[in-house]
Design a protein around this ligand. Structure first.
Ligand code: FAD
Length: 364
């Protein structure tokens, strides 16, 4: 008999949710992670009393009451609302695009005035099939919104000109004709009080954990420890890249501790001009309404993924999706291994989707 029912590779949200559920079902569980901390990309480091989101800002949002109630049984969530700003050539605009933004752009006060301007500008490519992202964006929201708030940011994100990017990348650009800066439309939104580590530690309470263990370096020995494996690492790596490597977009973070209590007065400022090389600055204390004497900010840069960089976003184009399907077919034949999470399923998941999936999908 194996020592464990499940070996869970990856202590991110997926692995931690699965471990929680398996433990509740009376299973013996071992969680390993190659990093030296728990939480995967949710991990927070406490710096100057501020929980710094080390792998990018994370806001939990959902309209699923079961999911919200569940995470709140693990750790209470605060009433944080994500209301980012955009900075373009020194002027600030509210996001997402709403009546505040239109007032700042054109001085209009009513929805009818804003709609009239947008409708007139959208006509620029009327009757024509958009040939690239620029034409698509202008057809959806008009030239002013595109040039002020979309163009520079998107070009930094993709490392290419909007005229060289395919139109399908932007299918919708939600526009609100009301004065509402709340980025998410979901019923529930917040940050765990005390940071995401509390959520992960709560889920993993009582579970055996080994950090700094790379599954691929000790594969044989680890496999023998458990009857089944939940794998949340990269699916192409699991199969030794036999069909080729899946592509990702990556990010680079530049963190600064500042000797002041308030740097930008808001959680996030997106830089939509080309003058600033980064896409946004996050001021972490705003996640938990911090009153510390110092502040910590992170400048975020978008990067092409190369070996050694952290893989953040799957690239869901035809080439990569076809490649992923080849790996998925192999995965479906595995009897002992379950593949789950953003890397193993080559899918962008928001956190609430992972919680919902693990709560409902597995009979353990
Ligand atoms: P991960 O967090 O990546 O966990 C996988 C773990 O497996 C890692 O810890 C890794 O070290 C480990 N691992 C991999 N390979 C091995 C190996 N060979 N051996 C041992 N361990 C291994 N979601 C939201 O809902 N709201 C947000 O605001 C939000 N913001 C985001 C911002 C950014 C910049 C990014 C990139 C994502 C954001 N997300 C957000 C999505 C969120 O990060 C994911 O839903 C979540 O992290 C996925 O969890 P996971 O367990 O699948 O993956």
């Amino acid at each position: 008999m194996s020592k464990y029912d499940y070996l869970i590779v990856g202590a991110g949200l997926y692995g931690s949710m699965f471990a929680y559920k398996a433990k509740k079902a009376g299973k013996r569980v071992l969680v390993i992670d190659k990093r030296s901390h728990l939480g995967g990309n949710l991990y927070c480091e406490n710096i100057e009393g501020i929980n710094v989101h080390k792998y990018g800002p994370h806001i939990f949002h959902t309209s699923n009451k079961e999911v919200w109630d569940f995470v709140n049984t693990i750790v209470p969530f605060n009433h944080f609302r994500y209301e980012p700003l955009a900075s373009y050539n020194g002027k600030l605009y509210n996001l997402p695009f709403n009546m505040n933004t239109f007032h700042q752009l054109w001085g209009v006060n009513t929805p009818d005035e804003a709609k009239a301007i947008i409708d007139a500008q959208r006509k620029e490519f009327e009757g024509k099939e958009p040939r690239n992202l620029e034409e698509q964006a202008i057809s959806l929201v008009g030239r002013d919104v595109y040039e002020t708030l979309i163009k520079g940011y998107t070009e930094k994100q993709w490392g290419r000109r909007c005229t060289e990017l395919p139109a399908f990348i932007i299918r919708r650009l939600p526009v609100r004709f009301c004065y509402n800066n709340n980025y998410f439309n979901d019923c529930y939104q917040g940050i765990p009080v005390g940071g995401y580590n509390k959520l992960i530690e709560g889920l993993l309470e009582g579970v055996d954990i080994h950090l700094d263990v790379d599954f691929f370096k000790e594969r044989e020995a680890l496999n023998q420890l458990a009857d089944s494996v939940l794998f949340t690492g990269k699916i192409d790596e699991f199969y030794d890249y036999r069909f080729g490597k899946l592509d990702y977009r990556s990010l680079r973070f530049e963190e600064e501790i500042l000797d002041m209590d308030n740097y930008q007065g808001n959680i996030a400022v997106n830089y939509t001009d080309t003058e600033h090389p980064y896409t946004r600055i996050i001021e972490h204390k705003y996640f938990e309404f911090g009153t510390q004497y110092k502040t910590v900010i992170t400048k975020e840069y978008s990067l092409e993924w190369t070996e050694g960089c952290e893989p953040y976003y799957p690239v869901n184009d035809d080439k990569n999706m076809t490649l992923y399907q080849q790996y998925k077919r192999l995965a479906e034949r595995e009897r002992k291994v379950i593949f789950g999470g953003r890397l193993a399923e080559y899918t962008y998941y928001d956190m609430h989707q992972i919680v919902e999936k693990v709560l409902n999908e597995y009979e353990l």
